[in-house]
Design a protein around this ligand. Structure first.
Ligand SMILES: NC(=O)c1ccc[n+]([C@@H]2O[C@H](COP(=O)([O-])OP(=O)(O)OC[C@H]3O[C@@H](n4cnc5c(N)ncnc54)[C@H](O)[C@@H]3O)[C@@H](O)[C@H]2O)c1
Length: 431
């Protein structure tokens, strides 16, 4: 079977550090032939690592898209509000797409992409990476087998993790919905997609509450400086202190040997000196109480499904772990699905519980619990074998539905928890 030529638009954490790497994992399936990023250092690094000739290295996705079609598929991994602007011209050029989520925070853009993909007859897979993990694959298998009967109630929680909240959603790229996306779309469109897929149900109406509870000036402790390194009097007791997160934390600190994420967001090649310099002078050294953030740090979403069953979902930045936990309650039993522990407990009513240790089912849990590499491989196989998305991965329309729920939740939250009917969002009669 043929090796696919891949064009990469956006060489950040996802494009360079996650998806480019798969060219080394599956060399018989893909070759990176063209790349684009506005950051020349990233272009140079990827060009050298994957032997991309100079004439196929571009300074922007726009420049790449101005060329004739250079590859079989394009991976679009630019920032949230750029995706559709890059995806539609790529479809028109004849590329099939692997497209980072969220598609767009703008409903009209989501619709326009679906229309363009249909008109061009091209495939678009949105990177809902968790679907491809051993954990959620197993969970889906158990639910589809009817082991707990009909699912009537679901309770899901996304534990964002206190330092991840501070890194990405207070100091970092996704801190302000005016420039990126609302938190419930940016972080939780995965959860909305998973909940729809796992239950096989359709949402009817949504309500939501949430706010920025902590990360605002009036919550700053006494003596807090505007920057962590500027003699902050509250430093010792502050878990969000940049020195703790990026230098000394056992999992995330460069002093402890971590030169990957999140340190490599501060500086391309993290060293003790470059990370220290970044928190001394850059955005990641700002006090979490004094940033230009507006996205929520906690939000709860209630979803009523068309069959009368219900889902409650909570995202919270106030957690130690960065993981997900879901309880499914069915007519014949219940399931506790704990992604952090990598266990799924199936409890049929009146019987002994069965605990499935998912860590025994695979030896690759790298990158989103093993989802990143598997998703890319499935995408490549789907294109190489000429399969349709609905028969192999997921459709663009289904991904858009997860965005509709997230955007309905955001609308409800902004309107004090008003019930938003999904048809209002699908038909766009209210936004
Ligand atoms: N699927 C997932 O689970 C997942 C996880 C993290 C991030 N994401 C999403 O992936 C996307 C990328 O995230 P990231 O963490 O890699 O961000 P990033 O900021 O590290 O990378 C984005 C890259 O796009 C480049 N860029 C900006 N404008 C460009 C242009 N006009 N042409 C070409 N390149 C341009 C930037 O220089 C940067 O290198 C975001 O939309 C994010 O929400 C998805």
């Amino acid at each position: 079977m043929r090796q696919l030529k891949v064009a990469l638009a956006g060489l950040g954490s996802r494009g360079k550090d996650t998806y480019a790497v798969t060219a080394k994992l599956f060399p018989e399936k893909m070759k990176i032939v063209a790349i684009a990023d506005t950051d020349a250092a990233k272009v140079a690094e990827v060009a050298e690592c994957y032997q991309v000739p100079q004439e196929y290295c571009f300074h922007s996705a726009e420049e790449l898209l101005a060329q004739d079609k250079l590859a079989d598929v394009m991976f679009i991994t630019t920032q949230d509000r750029q995706h559709v602007g890059h995806a539609i011209p790529a479809l028109k050029k004849g590329y099939d797409l692997l497209l980072e989520k969220p598609i767009s925070p703008d409903l009209e853009e989501c619709r326009a992409l679906v229309k363009a993909a249909q008109e061009c007859g091209r495939k678009v897979i949105v990177c809902h990476v968790l679907r491809y993990t051993p954990f959620y694959t197993k969970l889906k298998e158990i639910l589809d087998a009817g082991r707990i009967g009909d699912v009537v109630t679901v309770m899901g929680i996304e534990n964002v993790g206190y330092w991840h909240q501070a890194h990405s959603f207070v100091r970092g790229n996704w801190r302000n919905s005016d420039t990126t996306s609302p938190m419930i779309l940016q972080k939780c469109c995965h959860d909305m997609d998973l909940l729809l897929w796992l239950t096989g149900k359709t949402a009817q109406s949504v309500s939501s509450f949430g706010s920025t509870y902590l990360f605002k000036p009036e919550m700053a402790p006494e003596g807090a400086a505007l920057r962590c390194m500027d003699g902050c009097a509250a430093k010792a007791e502050c878990p969000f202190d940049a020195e703790k997160i990026y230098l000394t934390n056992e999992k995330t600190g460069v002093e402890r040997g971590n030169t990957g994420w999140p340190c490599n967001i501060l500086t391309l090649h993290p060293t003790l000196e470059s990370v220290r310099e970044a928190i001394q002078n850059g955005p990641y050294g700002r006090c979490v109480y004094h940033c230009d953030n507006n996205v929520v740090d906690h939000q709860v979403v209630n979803i009523c499904m068309t069959d009368g069953s219900t889902i409650s979902f909570t995202m919270s930045g106030f957690t130690e772990q960065n993981s997900r936990f879901t309880k499914f309650m069915g007519t014949k039993g219940e399931i506790l699905a704990d992604l952090h522990e990598n266990t799924i407990q199936v409890q049929k009513f009146g019987k002994e519980p069965e605990i499935i240790d998912v860590s025994k089912l695979s030896d690759d849990f790298s990158g989103h619990a093993g989802g990143d590499n598997r998703m890319v491989e499935e995408f490549l196989d789907m294109i190489r074998e000429g399969r349709e998305p609905e028969k192999s991965m997921t459709t663009l329309e289904r991904s858009v539905e997860s965005h509709y729920i997230a955007l309905a939740a955001e609308k409800s939250r902004l309107e004090g928890g008003r019930i938003v009917e999904m048809e209002e969002i699908r038909q766009n009669t209210v936004i």
